[in-house]
Design a protein around this ligand. Structure first.
Ligand code: ADP
Ligand code: MG
Length: 698
């Protein structure tokens, strides 16, 4: 039989074909994403119970889910805070208590001393040794053979109205059909399976639904069993292949060719008050070479806070402009976009370049005029927020799009942007900058469609920030510290954070704090900036702080990005335990930009959780954004780190980027090998990403 017909049949046999599945159950199954037999086969157990052997009571540990067997010694009604039935049973090695809060008279009468019981349940610590609450149990009689289960019992993810026995029966029916059909189609070439010592897909699936008695439960619960790794491998491969395909589709489009040599760049570099670091030079060359090619660039530039990504971006925009194209620079927040506007205007206007601005707040006539200049080609560079995506925005000759802080934009947006542009049917080049260093393993898998450059060097003269943890019970001392620093001519930030994602509340907190500090520190000039202020007001406060007309700036997390005041050498962050490590690192990057030693005080609210303490310790111990990102990844998971949780891109069924990181190198290599097998590639992508893969076609 043709194998692809088999695969078809499995994912085309609806669950309603199975015994006992009517319309009502089918509807419930659909909630779990289970519509056909292939769905069921890939619906893997969450964990397993070992009902295959009887555990001696003397060996039990709290939390064990086990079968025990023993003789009833006593059975009493206990009138505590809650009435309960307490049944003591023992075997040769020890004794435990069974406890029932709901029970019938018949039940009570049947548990007579001397009878033998077999029970299944979870051992927990009780007032008098280990207890089992409401165990499953039955009486053992001499005639009965010791009928234990023959394989481990899978526990499936389920939903209301679908019992475990029900879902177990559906999965085993699906497995029987799988067996009759001779397995699920293997799309990985056997050379690849051998090379990476992978079992076949059918073996892996069968094993995970029905692990044998001697399976290593510990390994399974850690999800490091070869069967799980086999599936994780294929899933990661599917994602990787889909990104590669996306990239290939992208590369088929043309793009404007921009000559590398360009006098504007020379002029710009001459007017800069510093020379580029080696890393900036290297990355600038990589970008410049991409722009000179007739295929659209898709390049990610990573660099720690303060590594000087903006200059590299500016050089790219100059190459576009110098070759007669427009460039757009997009930032995720208005305040960051404003900072870019300041920087780019300062650098580019002296070169005679027309810089324009488009953000959500720009309305009416001003907006219409800006749109007109963009469409006519009068604006050569446009800085803005996601307002640049809007339908009525037209460019005349858009050749380059720079996206800052890419991880906050979804993949959708990244791809939608390219639709905006282009000249003569081609696509604009894209330069994506991220200030959150992305762990290498993630880059390899999540950004397989991008080329990657790393600015791994900070400009000379930066001093590392000294970070300390202080409980907010010592707030007085922290305030004193601000007084001393400012009286010595330095400046400080005081950052307010809130646990809720409410900008309004965060702004209120900042206002209250600013009032407090004004009273406590009457000799200091205290300013306030938060996200709800008008752009002009914010800009005014920022400018005053930069000009040292303010000593202390109270702010919400809006200052995270973009602010650059070298004389500010002290930062207080309230309740740092509420923020992600990457965000803390960003904030802290606002100090340590001058030559004096800088300090960051993380003023936490005691008591910290174990995890909270561990996280803040990372901040104290390192200034290295990559190390912090790795830790963040470990603690919060890739979805949070990349900000892509909602986009669906990072949702894996089996794989886990952290746990399976060691597979990624092999996956990448395998993806290369699969390039010559387009049919298998398609099938694997379809199998694992199925309907969810539509993002690839945005
Ligand atoms: P980030 O990578 O965090 O976006 P920026 O581009 O904002 O960093 O640069 C941070 C600061 O360092 C800016 O004030 C910028 O002008 C300055 N800077 C950039 N490159 C250099 C350099 N090679 N030497 C000295 N200062 C630099
Ligand atoms: Mg930046």
């Amino acid at each position: 039989m043709n194998t692809s017909v088999q695969l078809r049949s499995l994912d085309q046999i609806p669950v309603t074909r199975l015994k006992g599945v009517g319309a009502a159950l089918a509807q419930k199954l659909e909630k779990l994403g289970l519509e056909n037999l292939q769905d069921l086969l890939f619906h893997l157990p969450l964990r397993y119970q070992d009902r295959t052997r009887i555990k001696p009571m003397g060996e039990l540990r709290p939390g064990d889910q086990v079968v025990i067997q023993g003789w009833v010694q006593s059975c009493d009604l206990v009138m505590g805070r809650r009435r309960s039935l307490r049944c003591r049973i023992k075997d040769q090695s020890g004794a435990v208590t069974l406890r029932f809060f709901h029970f019938s008279a018949a039940q009570k009468n049947s548990l007579q001393p001397g009878i033998e019981l077999r029970c299944f349940g979870e051992a927990r610590v009780g007032s008098n040794g280990l207890e089992f609450y409401h165990p499953e149990y039955r009486q053992v009689t001499d005639q009965q053979a010791p009928a234990d289960e023959e394989s481990l019992t899978p526990i499936y993810p389920s939903t209301e109205g679908i019992t475990q026995p029900r879902i177990r029966s559906l999965c085993s029916q699906a497995l029987e059909i799988l067996e009759r059909q001779g397995g699920v189609t293997e799309w990985l070439p056997s050379s690849l399976l051998q090379r990476h010592q992978l079992m076949s897909l059918s073996q892996a699936i069968t094993y995970l639904h029905q692990p044998p008695v001697d399976a290593d439960l510990h390994q399974l619960s850690e999800e490091r069993h070869p069967a799980q790794r086999r599936l994780a491998f294929e899933e990661l491969l599917a994602h990787h292949l889909s990104l590669l395909r996306l990239r290939q589709q992208h590369q088929k489009h043309g793009a404007p060719v921009m000559a590398e040599h360009c006098p504007l760049k020379e002029q710009f570099l001459q007017q800069l008050p510093f020379s580029l670091t080696g890393a900036q030079q290297r990355v600038a060359v990589e970008v410049s070479e991409d722009l000179a090619k007739p295929a659209p660039m898709l390049r990610l530039v990573q660099g720690d806070v303060g590594s000087g990504k903006t200059v590299v971006a500016a050089l790219a925009t100059l190459q576009a402009i110098g070759n007669g194209f427009q460039a757009a620079v997009m930032a995720p927040t208005e305040i960051l976009a404003e900072q870019h506007l300041l920087n780019f205007s300062g650098w580019l206007e002296p070169l005679g370049i027309k810089v324009d601005w488009l953000a959500g707040k720009l309305k009416g006539k001003k907006r219409a005029e800006a749109l007109e200049r963009m469409a006519s080609g009068e604006s050569q560079i446009i800085i803005g927020t996601h307002a640049l995506f809007q339908d009525d925005v037209q460019f005349s000759r858009l050749g380059l799009v720079v996206v800052d802080e890419q991880h906050r934009f979804g993949v959708h947006q990244r791809l939608a942007l390219r639709e905006k542009g282009g000249v003569d049917g081609g696509l604009p080049h894209q330069l994506i900058m991220t200030a959150t260093p992305i762990p290498r393993t993630l880059t390899m898998s999540v950004y397989a469609d991008l080329d990657c450059s790393i600015i791994d060097e900070l400009p000379a003269g930066r001093t590392p920030v000294n970070t300390v943890l202080i409980s907010d019970q010592r707030r007085d001392q922290v305030v004193e510290r601000v007084r001393v620093a400012c009286s010595e001519g330095r400046q400080a930030y005081w950052v307010c954070t809130l646990i809720e994602e409410s900008e309004a509340l965060e702004c209120q907190a900042a206002e209250a704090t600013a009032e407090d500090l004004t009273v406590l520190l009457p000799e200091l000039r205290v300013g306030l900036v938060h996200g709800r202020m008008k752009a002009a007001e914010k800009a005014e406060v920022m400018a005053a702080f930069k000009a040292h007309e303010l000593d202390l700036l109270v702010a919400t997390t809006v200052i995270e990005v973009g602010v650059d005041v070298p004389n500010a050498s002290l930062m207080i962050i309230e309740n740092p335990e509420r923020l992600g490590l990457a965000q803390l690192h960003q904030l802290r990057g606002r100090v340590g930009r001058g030559t004096v030693a800088s300090h960051c005080v993380l003023m936490y609210h005691a008591p910290l959780s174990q995890l909270g303490r561990e996280r803040l310790r990372v901040m104290r111990e390192t200034n290295d954004g990559f190390k912090i990102a790795e830790k963040d990844l470990q603690i919060r998971g890739p979805g949070e780190v990349l900000g892509t949780r909602q986009t669906g891109v990072m949702q894996f069924r089996v794989a886990d980027l952290e746990r399976d990181a060691d597979l990624l190198v092999q996956v990448k290599e395998a993806a290369g090998q699969m390039q010559s097998l387009p049919e298998s590639t398609e099938a694997i992508i379809r199998r694992w990403l199925g309907r969810g893969e539509s993002y690839a076609n945005v």
